[in-house]
Design a protein around this ligand. Structure first.
Ligand code: SF4
Ligand code: SF4
Length: 157
C-alpha cells in the first residue's frame, strides 16, 4: 500500500476518534441564571469602594490618584469642601463609568488607602448604557454585596 494512503487512513481514523470521543461524552449543561456559574480564580469586573468593617466609613480620602492612573479616565472624584473653604479628606462624590472600564486594576494598585477592590460580580450588564454609570453609594453597596477578588493573592473575600 502506498505511504500516502497509509497516512491518509491514519489521519481519517484520528479524526473519527475525536468525533466519537465527543459523541460519547456527557454534555456539560449549566442552568444559568438559576444555578450560578462559578468564577474563574482572579476574575474581575468592576472596582468597588471599600469601607471600614466596623464604622462603615469609606476608606477613600478623595486624593484622586486612582482617577489620574485610570487609562480611559472614567473615575470622577471630588473631595468635600468645608465651611472654611478647605478640602476635606473624604469624597463629595465618586463616580465610575463602567461602560468604558478596561478592568485593568490600575486604580486599585494606585490607591494608597486600600479604598478600592475589584469585584467579581459578573451580572452588571444593562440594556441602557446610562445604567453602567455608578455613583459612590452604588459602588459602596457593591463592595458589601458582591464577591470580590484580591488580585495579588488571587483569593476571594
Ligand atoms: S480598572 Fe482600569 S479602566 Fe477600570 S476604573 Fe480602574 S483604572 Fe480605570
Ligand atoms: S479610591 Fe483611593 S486613590 Fe482613589 S481617590 Fe479614594 S483614596 Fe484616592
Amino acid at each position: 500500500m502506498p505511504a500516502w494512503i497509509r497516512r491518509a487512513a491514519v489521519s481519517i481514523a484520528k479524526g473519527h476518534r475525536v468525533t466519537l470521543d465527543q459523541m460519547l461524552r456527557r454534555p456539560i449543561t449549566s442552568l444559568y441564571p438559576e444555578e450560578p456559574v462559578p468564577h474563574f480564580p482572579g476574575f474581575r469586573s468592576i472596582p468597588v469602594l471599600k469601607a471600614n468593617e466596623e464604622t462603615g466609613k469609606l476608606n477613600c480620602t478623595a486624593c484622586g490618584l486612582c482617577a489620574r492612573s485610570c487609562p480611559p479616565q472614567i473615575i470622577f472624584v471630588e473631595s468635600v469642601v468645608g465651611d472654611d473653604g478647605r478640602r476635606k479628606q473624604w469624597p463629595a462624590f465618586f463616580n465610575l463609568d463602567l461602560s468604558r472600564c478596561m478592568v485593568c486594576n490600575l486604580c486599585v494598585e494606585a490607591c494608597p488607602f486600600d479604598a478600592l477592590e475589584m469585584s467579581a460580580d459578573n451580572e452588571l450588564s444593562a440594556y441602557d448604557v446610562r445604567d453602567l454609570f455608578f455613583n459612590m453609594e452604588e459602588l459602596a453597596a457593591l463592595w458589601k454585596t458582591a464577591p470580590a477578588v484580591r488580585i495579588a493573592g488571587g483569593q476571594k473575600r
